[in-house]
Write a protein that binds this ligand. Sequence first.
Ligand SMILES: [Zn+2]
Ligand SMILES: [Zn+2]
Length: 775
Amino acid sequence: MVNKSELLEHFQKNPEKYWKFDFLKEKGFVRKTCSTCGRGFWTLDTERKHCPDPGCGEIYGFIGNPVGKKLSYIEMWKTFESFFKKHGHTSISRYPVIARWRPDLYFTIASIVDFQRFDNGVMTFDYPANPLIVPQVCLRFNDIANVGVTGRHHTSFVMPGQHAFNWPKEGYWKEECIQLNYEFLTKELKIPPEELVYVEELWTMPDFSAFGPYLETYVRGLELVNSGFMEFAWHNGIVELPVKVVDVGWGLERLTWLVNGTPTGYDVIFSDAIKRFKRRTGIEYDKEVFLKYAQLSGKLDIEEVRNLNTVRREIAKKIGIEEKKLLEKIEPIQAMYAILDHTRTLTFAIADGALPSNTGAGYFLRLVFRRASEFLKKFNFSLELSEIAIWHINELKSIFPELKEREREIVEILEVEKKKYEASKERSRKIIAKYKGRPLKVEDLVRLYDSQGITPEELGIETPEEFYQMIQKLHPVSLKKKEEKEFVDVSGLPETKVLFYDPIYEFKAKVIKVFPGSWVVLDQTAFYPTKGGQAHDTGKINELNVLDVRSVGKVILHKVDGELKEGEEVYCKIDKKRREILTKHHDAVHIVNGVVKKLIGSWCNQAGSDVRVDSARLDVTHYSAFTEEQTEKIEDAANEIVQKALPIKKLVLPRIEAEKKYGFTIYQGGYVPSKQIRIVEIPGVDVEACGGTHGDNTRDVGWIVITRVKKISDSVVRIELKAGEAAETWLKERERILKEVAEELGTNEDSVVEAVEKLFERWKKLRKEIKKRKK
Ligand SMILES: [Zn+2]
Ligand SMILES: [Zn+2]
């Protein structure tokens, strides 16, 4: 396999081939090579020796000395939007920050992620318009320690994406892209052309399935935009991709920072929030010192700088101030910036349905919540993160109105998280007392945070530089799932024709393959395999029992208790009764899922489900177990939907259309979308991408009884339920208990109850009584 530096070296030997931009030449730009890093760059300044990267010696020359047209953060987006719309781009709304459509990522880390899809492991692009722009909010947690310090690091930022797909059939390519770049910067933002420097770079997918030349645009040491051209792939050598993609990621924060020349980027993007923060906390802000500090702190990239203290000492010396004094002045300000950044991240994530927790995506949300909370405490800022979130919502609502719509939820989750944080502090008090004052290694600190939620600050230790990097290593943000190895190799076999979405319970088929262990592949089948949380069908193939049914890719395998021959014609019969119960349970799971989202909160998403014959299980994301009242309300609302006799609609749509029409919450419980997806919709109740078997009307589900609700992890609640006959049988069993309890309690006992409805009502009463008795 090739590696990035080899490729870059190869590219750099042929710059005329890979970074050929006639437009820049026409404008008088010359290509030079950086004396420090060796990369090629394009400039109008014939004297320039090194590229404009701060790592190669450049300083942030715009701080205190802005360039271009002065615009606010919001105005910058509006200007960008109108320019690109004028030049044929469609402006679309942002995608969620939680990448529900991607099996490999928790968060949307770049605008191009919106449009990347994988079909059988091959990356493809789905896009609603071409070319397009999008104000994509991105979350990244790999530089947490830098946030607040460098002026340019964020855990959330807006990447205005500029994308053109499917070149050469549609879209546009390098020349037009750089021309748009140049014109936006020089004509719209009024940046003099001699300020622009274009640096040659290489971008690649980690597996080299796509890569290509990039051109970074710098102004006075600040990288404003990356113009990427996905042009090649690696298949035992460089091959051209048949369809090429322009992937330009602008930095809204950076553009605004440049034209305002403030000490940090945070000053312009949180301008209103900072005013409020200062007013509320009386935080002191020595503008003079901070300006000088900021100009020099472009180097303060903790990733690259081995010793933060050394750099700080150097800066203090240059400013002519004692290091301790410098820290006193800058630390509270840096804490404020970090608090504002982290709160904005939480605001977007919660608005998009995420919850802070101990695992997965939620892990990083809890991490920034706690970091922000520790800062509030350390500097005695008497503010709540929930009120800061409201400042952000109001400041951003003209671009992101959806935040305002979710204000209630955002505040609720932040308040709940604060309670959890305080409770965990209370719990960890003893542990802190035990460890306080002891010499602790970074590894110990990481372990204490990971297992107990105790931050180094709580132990009175300044957070070591590598702390967040080590945490990050323990919790990779990508690769949600590992590809599982399949139990048989079905390559070369045709797709099995699927009959189970039609009411077919008896059918003829041909055996096309028999694998060891009596796993039989038919040319067509009505046997539903275990998938999407629904258990498989059983029945007969000829005289043999079908014990298990599984799918591998698009091939369905049946395990039978006997022998069949390849080529044989067989007669198949499904256990209809079993299928009907499974179908009712699956319908019930969708109904309850929809009800929970409505009654409890928009953050309640399916974390998993298990649809079996005797019962079904639905796991939803929520911060605490449901109360008895909530459970009862959910159960009542679910049964109301059954009574309303709503249609259960099923339709197959191209993925991009389904996403456009229903949004990304259709991806529940880790569903991985393929090109065509099947949508199951109960109008007004629930819409999900789902491959399971479903009835046609909610009326057919019968009764839904919630038999148990249990918190199974910090952010997941498990609902166990029964529907239809399974519910009736279960209720009848309870009748016996009911009688016993009634006797013991001395309450009147009715005559034999037969109606399921009555049974159900009594079960609810009984449930309460049992609970009371337990107490
Ligand atoms: Zn350089
Ligand atoms: Zn489903």
